[in-house]
Write a protein that binds this ligand. Structure first.
Ligand SMILES: [Zn+2]
Length: 449
């Protein structure tokens, strides 16, 4: 690593070496404007009281602080629920041929450190919850548990473990390697052939501790195979995966590009479709009737363009051809699905795009047919529903986890204000350094509002 690239990491280290102020049990947040539930009217001056990681009350006006409570002054900010990214890959960063090299050089321990760094970038960007859709070595499962236990900081993680596909499908990690190495990757057990084998593959991930099951019903852009982006799984295999996952109470996210693979996933009862790149009228009509969410992952095109601009040889030729197709077509499906009322949940595919720039997706969603408030709802209320966590996250209301962020400016007038988040609180703890300047201890008795 060159000194110039090391510099930001050194700064990060210094920031973390500074001891955090004592975080008292009771925290009072004074909000200038409160978007408690995106889609409902914005509230004016408000007070949120947080205790032991939970929101205990939300009241109009700036209520006085009681003795010993910490007061966070966000009177000139828009305060809103912590954002949710329904599609990330915290262990991965590199992509293309560099990413393929990492798969055979990085230990699970090294991947766990990457995941922790990427998790903090994501949290600082205002995303207090992520759904991690694919991690072969279990590093993110371990990070999920460490964050939940309070051992390290990071966003709440809902993790899929290793993603599933048929052999030679998108999740077959052996693609692009010489024959002697392929059995090593096949040993992960995440490829399946036939309904019974696909039931086994789901049980394997459930047994490893996965919260959600991810599988690919079609080919993928990044996999090292020139076999198109259409359906690559049989109906009974897809149905076996969804039914097995649901039997264990796990939701199912389906990677799908071609319309045939999207239809297959909808018919099988998938909870979300990721990418959803090519549509036909029959598929759109079936989707509109279903409860299946669409997770657009428009940010992938940013990641592709940036990597190719930095290195024209970043991708193998078979992958590059698919990337050029994806760049040209991305966004069209969202434009077709929004007017038909398909439910949308926010998801970037960060890892393909840059971690910490998750909010760039809002701008793309608005460019491709969504209103700002609908995009914000997709990243809060809808994503919480998709993750099965509506009782805990997605709105600011008594009883919910204290996942709260603040920005300067109204995100419902201009979603780009979400690219610079001024304050992040996750599970009652404030998590970004500059938020400390907004906090003061309430000293003495009497009102301190
Ligand atoms: Zn992905």
């Amino acid at each position: 690593m060159k000194p110039t690239t090391l510099f930001p990491f050194l700064l990060l280290g210094i920031a973390f070496a500074t001891p955090a102020p004592a975080q008292t049990a009771r925290t009072i947040i004074h909000a200038g404007h409160l978007i408690a539930e995106p889609g409902k009217p914005v509230r004016g001056a408000s007070t949120i009281i947080v205790e032991n990681g939970r929101i205990v009350s939300v009241a109009d006006g700036h209520q006085p602080a009681d003795l010993g409570a910490a007061v966070i002054d966000l009177k000139d900010k828009y305060v809103l629920p912590g954002l949710i990214d329904s599609h990330v890959h915290l262990t991965s960063d590199a992509g293309g041929l560099a990413g393929q090299l990492e798969e055979i050089t990085l230990s699970p321990a090294a991947q766990a450190f990457n995941a922790e760094v990427n998790g903090m970038k994501t949290l600082r960007a205002g995303f207090t919850t992520v759904r991690n859709l694919g991690d072969g070595d279990g590093a993110t499962l371990a990070l999920r548990d460490a964050i939940a236990a309070g051992k390290v900081r990071g966003p709440r993680i809902v993790d899929a473990g290793n993603s599933i596909s048929g052999s030679a499908g998108h999740m077959d990690g052996s693609l692009g390697y010489r024959d002697e190495l392929r059995p090593f990757f096949a040993g992960a057990g995440n490829t399946c052939n036939g309904a019974d084998d696909c039931r086994r593959a789901v049980r394997l991930q459930v047994g490893r501790g996965a919260d959600v099951i991810k599988f690919a019903s079609t080919g993928g852009v990044n996999s090292r195979i020139g076999a198109g982006l259409g359906k690559q799984m049989f109906d009974d295999e897809a149905k076996a995966i969804v039914d097995t996952a649901h039997m264990f109470g796990k939701k199912v996210a389906v990677h799908a590009h071609g319309a045939d693979g999207i239809s297959l996933a909808i018919d099988a009862g998938a909870d979300s479709i990721e990418h959803g790149t090519i549509l036909d009228e029959a598929t759109i009509a079936a989707w509109a009737k279903s409860k299946t969410y669409y997770v657009p992952t428009l940010s992938t095109v940013n990641g592709y363009k940036e990597r190719i601009a930095a290195n024209a040889n970043a991708y193998a030729p078979d992958v590059l051809a698919k990337i050029q197709w994806r760049i040209a077509i991305t966004g069209q499906s969202l434009e077709q699905l929004v007017p038909r009322g398909v439910r949308i949940a926010f998801g970037t595919d960060a890892g393909v795009s840059k971690h910490g720039r998750n909010a760039d997706e809002f701008e793309l969603m608005v460019q491709h047919g969504m209103t700002p408030v609908a995009a914000l709802k997709a990243a809060t209320v809808n994503a919480a529903d998709l993750l099965g966590l509506s009782n805990d996250i997605g709105t600011i209301a008594p009883g919910k986890s204290a996942d709260i962020i603040a920005v300067t400016g109204d995100p419902i007038a201009d979603v780009t204000v979400l690219k610079k988040v001024d304050f992040v609180m996750a599970r009652g703890k404030w998590s970004i350094d500059h938020s400390r300047s907004l906090c003061r201890e309430a000293m003495g008795r009497g009102p301190s509002a």
